[in-house]
Write a protein that binds this ligand. Structure first.
Ligand SMILES: [Zn+2]
Length: 402
């Protein structure tokens, strides 16, 4: 690889990552990790006055301690402001993780996740700024964004202070596995919630006087499946996926509570994903129509019907960046400069990038060695992590374009 590796010292950068992995940071509880990131940046020479937490938490409808962390650095050469982003929070399985360094990897003792998703990203951003300052490498104005609550529905990026990114031309989001795989598009998602209130009756004595909410929901799901709108969806005019993930009763309990009672209530939660926002809405509309139809097909002996409450929530929008767009070209050129063979790809999951693009900031996402994320087998490949650090530095210094 080209000479940039000389600016990123391997053992101290891995030490930085190990320190960040030890800091807890569940979604909504990011104070400790936000402060740890700021302390590392200050130690690297970043003025404390360049950092602030925004007020995203005041707009998020879930408990939050703090907002997103922003760092704004002036450029040492002219050019449009670029941003590097990553998320601060980790998923619950990572709670209590004790990182172990061995054989070119960081892993755990197998009882927890690790939190490489996304402390690798946090370490990449810090190491990049540290290298720029230490070696006085010329760079354009740079913003760092460390988001909150990415793992709980991409909330921090969704509700960030858009004034703080109004002068940002493009963004590079570190949140993934392989550095050379540049994610330039992602699906959008709609979530739907279904409540069916039927009518209880003795299942042995007078089932015809009851309305089974279980039967209605089952008929609806079977109907959606028969029409090709369940699971993997491939229609002539679009494709996507759908699922019912929760099928239960009140307050997380089972639907119904005895075999001799007609089940009078069910609650379902499902999702639809597509790269096409309009097609995504058609998937959820197909579910709604099937539930409405099923309600009308299950009637008591005296003509009563269940009531249906069907609610749709647009979780995040899809996006797609062209290969010749400036943000993609900058990432591709930097990757080639350090000897990688970059490819562009699309993601079937949502990312902070979905909302950053919606806020007007074209964003490419790339990895820094996370593996088996959200499981107890999680580990970090340190060669890939170091490659991610190099890639960020190449982007920051615009190597490969000049
Ligand atoms: Zn992540």
């Amino acid at each position: 690889m080209a000479s940039l590796s000389a600016y990123i010292e391997r053992s101290s950068t891995i030490d930085l990552l190990m320190r960040l992995l030890e800091v807890p940071g569940l979604s909504g509880q990011e104070t400790a990790i936000s402060q740890a990131v700021q302390a590392e940046l200050i130690a690297a020479g970043v003025p404390a006055t360049s950092m602030f937490n925004d007020d995203a938490h005041s707009r998020i409808d879930l408990p939050c301690e703090i907002g997103n962390l922003f760092v704004q650095l002036p450029g040492t050469k002219p050019g449009p402001r670029i941003m590097f982003s990553t998320h601060l929070d980790t998923v619950p399985i990572c709670q209590g993780a004790k990182p172990i360094l061995k054989d070119g990897q960081i892993c755990t003792d197998g009882s927890t996740g690790l939190g490489g998703d996304n402390r690798t990203g946090c370490a990449v951003l810090i190491s990049t700024v540290a290298a720029l300052l230490k070696h006085q490498l010329p760079h354009p104005p740079i913003t760092l964004l460390f988001t909150i609550r990415e793992e709980s529905g991409i909330q921090g990026a969704r509700y960030l202070d858009t004034k703080a990114v109004s002068d940002v031309e493009m963004c590079f989001n570190f949140d993934g596995k392989v550095p050379a795989e540049l994610v330039t598009g992602a699906v959008g998602q709609e979530t739907f919630y279904v409540e069916i209130t039927g009518l209880a009756s003795h299942a042995g004595v007078a089932p015809e006087q009851g309305i089974s909410a279980t039967l209605i929901a089952s008929k609806a799901i079977a109907d959606v499946h028969a029409q090709g709108w369940f699971g993997k969806i491939q229609k002539p005019d679009g494709y996507g996926t759908s699922n019912i993930g929760i099928f239960g009763g009140k307050k997380g309990l089972a639907a119904g509570d005895a075999t001799n009672v007609v089940t009078d209530y069910v609650y379902l939660k499902g999702e639809a994903r597509s790269h096409d926002a309009e097609f995504n809405s058609r998937i959820t509309a197909a579910f709604q129509a099937a539930f409405e139809k099923a309600v009308n097909e299950v009637v008591t002996i005296d003509g009563q019907r269940a009531t249906l409450k069907f609610t749709i929530h647009k979780a995040y929008p899809p996006f797609h960046l062209e290969d010749h767009s400036p943000v993609v070209m900058r990432a591709v050129d930097a990757a080639k400069f350090i000897g990688m063979s970059p490819i562009t790809k699309s993601s079937n999951g949502g990312l902070d990038a979905n909302w950053l693009v919606k806020h007007g900031v074209p964003t490419v996402t790339m990895g820094a060695g996370q593996h088996e994320i959200h499981t107890i087998k999680e580990f970090i490949n340190l060669d890939e992590f170091m490659d991610g650090c190099q890639l960020a530095l190449a982007i920051a210094t615009q190597c490969g374009q000049e």
